[in-house]
Design a protein around this ligand. Structure first.
Ligand code: PLP
Length: 466
């Protein structure tokens, strides 16, 4: 819509005429504009008439239009920018999680799939014995019971990296990120994320209408100077993965944690720590919780150690945030399945399960080390890192993906992990790669990384794993 006065005035006049009594005029004006935007009659960037012009054209008071403009602005539908006037805002991200989708599974079958970021099903603990015990447990008696089962809260509090004012349990780390974000980030908030980072987090923040700003990461964690630069946007929150960072494998060093806390100390920015690979990470978690009291929400995920299908994560931090998450949840699912919580709690104290997870941790470490060693022999020298994933620089992402696919190997493109879609890395879930396959695959990856589309498996077909 180029000249919006005519159509907006007509729509508003007709809504005012047809509305029954009891509704405020400003509310009717605001919902009319909202509908024009939702139906596509007003497009992002369209300039709205000035308050006085619209008021005069419709025959209402300028105060009424101003009030409507204020509520539309706080709902993020319009934005007023000095001489540029009042315009329709660009919609917050599309409903489709574009980066997440770009990692998609596709229909083709690959001989080796290192694209998924998931733990090896063969290294997950056996649920059988715990299930048998939990099957006899007493479950919910009231919808208003504590959402955390007895004993689990105590376990979490005693193992939490800092004294958390409040703790609760949700359906996995991504659910935690979603619920925390919904509570703390008003539409239009500036937020900082490490770059690269977990693609669904970027999708989620964009969907919430945030201005997402990247903070560079090096071998010790987020780079303090870059974080300081990002603070210029007055961000509401900084999202970080303290260890086994996905995709890079970086864990924050103790020294870096101190530097980061120093940079953040004089601000109000909340830190959201996603310890998604708890249980399979080999290093300690350097949480900022003790350094920035009441400013850190910490997430502990159980998917990588105990299984993604348990769908459980714990969150702990300032009551203000955690209690809001709990309260909001009462108007939805209410709690994470107590059956699953009891199952997890049982496994957390079962010696056989504890041993199985220790074994998984050491197998992941050996697989990673072996692949890194082999890659070094081909001239690609990467930091050791931690967790399931490896972030491999390539000359050209698309050609490297094609070269690997031609050899039956699927890996994840790097671009979805970046804000600007930079296509110069691949993410390999080497936690899934048997050591026996490290040799030939390292050669293939090195050649795909350098020579792009011309890379081919030499000597015919690569051996099958599994
Ligand atoms: C950084 C990060 N956060 C969150 C998740 C999602 O974890 P969950 O299965 O606990 O939802 C993942 C999954 O790989 C991840 O890498």
């Amino acid at each position: 819509m180029s000249d919006t006065l005519g159509p907006v005035a007509t729509a508003v006049r007709s809504m005012l005429d047809s509305a029954g009594g009891g509704r405020r005029e400003s509310e009717i004006v605001a919902t009319t504009i909202g509908r024009l935007v939702a139906s596509g009659e007003l497009l992002a960037g369209d300039r709205l008439p000035t308050v006085r012009t619209l008021a005069k054209a419709v025959g209402i008071s300028p105060t009424t239009v101003s009030e409507a403009w204020r509520s539309l602005s706080s709902a993020g539908v319009i934005t007023t920018n000095g001489r540029n006037g009042t315009r329709v805002r660009a919609l917050a991200g599309s409903a489709a999680p574009t980066r997440y989708r770009a990692l998609g599974t596709g229909a083709e079958t690959f001989r080796i799939d290192l694209s998924s970021g998931v733990p090896d099903p063969m290294l997950l603990p056996d649920l059988g014995p715990s299930m048998a015990r939990v099957g006899r447990a007493d479950l919910t008696s009231s919808y208003l019971d504590d959402p955390v089962v007895p004993g689990f809260g105590e376990h979490l509090a005693s193992t939490w990296p800092f004294p958390a004012a409040s703790l609760t349990v949700v359906d996995g780390c991504l659910d935690a990120l979603d619920r925390i974000s919904a509570e703390i980030l008003p539409f239009g908030s500036a937020v900082l994320v490490e770059e690269p980072t977990f693609p669904p987090l970027i999708d989620l923040l964009e969907r919430l209408g945030c201005e997402v700003i990247g903070v560079a990461i090096d071998a010790e964690g987020p780079v303090p100077d870059d974080l300081a630069r990002g603070l210029g946007a007055d961000p509401v929150a900084f999202f970080t993965q303290p260890r086994a960072h996905n995709p890079t494998g970086v864990s924050m060093s103790e020294r870096r944690a101190g530097e980061i806390a120093q940079v953040l100390r004089s601000t109000k920015t909340l830190v959201v720590e996603d310890d998604h690979a708890w249980g399979i990470s080999t290093g300690p978690v350097e949480s900022l919780g003790d350094l920035l009291p009441d400013r850190v929400v910490h997430i502990r995920g159980f998917s990588k150690s105990h299984g993604p299908d348990l769908r459980l994560a714990a969150i702990g931090g300032p009551s203000e945030v955690i209690e809001r998450v709990r309260a909001r949840r009462m108007l939805g699912a209410g709690w994470s399945s107590r059956l699953l919580q009891l199952l997890l709690l049982d496994m957390l104290s079962d010696e056989t399960v504890i041993e199985a997870i220790a074994t998984a941790r050491s197998v992941y470490t050996s697989r990673r080390k072996r692949f890194l060693e082999r890659l070094r022999t081909h001239g690609i020298d990467l930091d050791d890192g931690d967790g399931l994933n490896l972030w491999v620089p390539v000359d050209d992402e698309q050609s490297a993906l094609v070269a690997l696919a031609a050899a039956g190997v699927r890996v994840a493109p790097g671009a979805p992990f970046t804000l600007g879609g930079r296509a110069d890395h691949l993410r390999l879930t080497v936690g899934l790669l048997p050591e026996s396959d490290a040799d030939w695959l390292a050669g293939l990856v090195a050649s795909a990384a350098r020579s792009g589309a011309s890379a081919r498996v030499s000597g015919g077909l690569a051996p099958m794993s599994m």
